[in-house]
Design a protein around this ligand. Structure first.
Ligand code: GSF
Length: 222
């Protein structure tokens, strides 16, 4: 088996999505911490590995793959002993892919990055109300997706759950999840918390994310 190296930092939601997948597949790997606050991802060595200078990046046998969604689909396709986490059935796969694109284009871009970039790199503290509303809309979508099913893309656990749970458990740093209103989402998070690797692969890093965001006291304009 070739050596796998994951470049990342636990506070990063997409890094945690990959950690969940590696753990679910029981794959050993080396973890190299990338100090984003110290702009280590912009070093010539890192940019050579990933010109987009993002975490996570996966190294396998001299090849570098980035974007958590691409990494996770690759890992399951290559190393999974079944297609359970990323179904080969085309219709089922289309649902998983839709959720992955939803995470990438909506949850991460609209919900997380639109705040974290300005907050952490440009010290912006007050955000327009639309940013708040975008997060509420994301919570609404996730609650809708979970209607009549236990997992985000159907009745079985897939890499879409890993991508979306790592983001949602980070978004709560900006807008608390109302457990009375989002009953299905709360139950789904609890279901994932039962996974034996959840604490190490997601909960710990989500707490790191909260510890970075909370002291900034960011607010939304009314
Ligand atoms: C997002 C990666 C990303 O922007 C994925 O892998 O799923 N769609 C991609 N990562 C951020 C850290 S974070 O917000 O989790 C990152 O690496 N930012 C540093 C930079 O220089 O862009």
């Amino acid at each position: 088996m070739v050596k796998l190296t994951l470049y990342g930092v636990d506070a990063s939601p997409p890094v945690r999505a990959v950690k969940l997948t590696l753990a679910a597949l029981n794959l050993p790997y080396d973890y190299v911490n990338v100090n984003l606050a110290g702009k280590e991802q912009l070093s010539p060595e890192y940019v050579k590995k990933n010109p987009q200078h993002t975490v996570p990046t996966l190294e396998e046998d001299g090849h570098f793959i980035w974007d958590s969604h691409a990494i996770n689909a690759y890992l399951v396709s290559k190393y999974g002993d079944s297609d359970r986490l990323y179904p080969k059935d085309l219709l089922q796969r289309a649902v998983v892919d839709q959720r992955l694109h939803f995470e990438s284009g909506v949850v991460f871009a609209d919900g997380l990055r639109s705040i974290t970039k300005s907050l952490l790199f440009f010290n912006q503290k007050v955000f327009p109300k639309e940013r708040y509303q975008a997060i509420v809309e994301i919570y609404d979508f996730v609650e809708t997706f979970l209607k009549d099913q236990d997992y985000i893309a159907g009745n079985q656990l897939t890499i879409a759950d890993f991508s979306i749970v790592s983001s949602i458990t980070s978004l709560v740093a900006f807008v608390e999840l109302d457990h009375a209103k989002y009953v299905r989402t709360s139950a789904w998070i609890k279901r994932l918390e039962q996974l034996p690797y959840y604490q190490e692969a997601n909960a710990k890093g989500a707490q790191d994310f909260l510890s970075i965001i909370k002291p900034t006291n960011l607010s939304f304009s009314s």
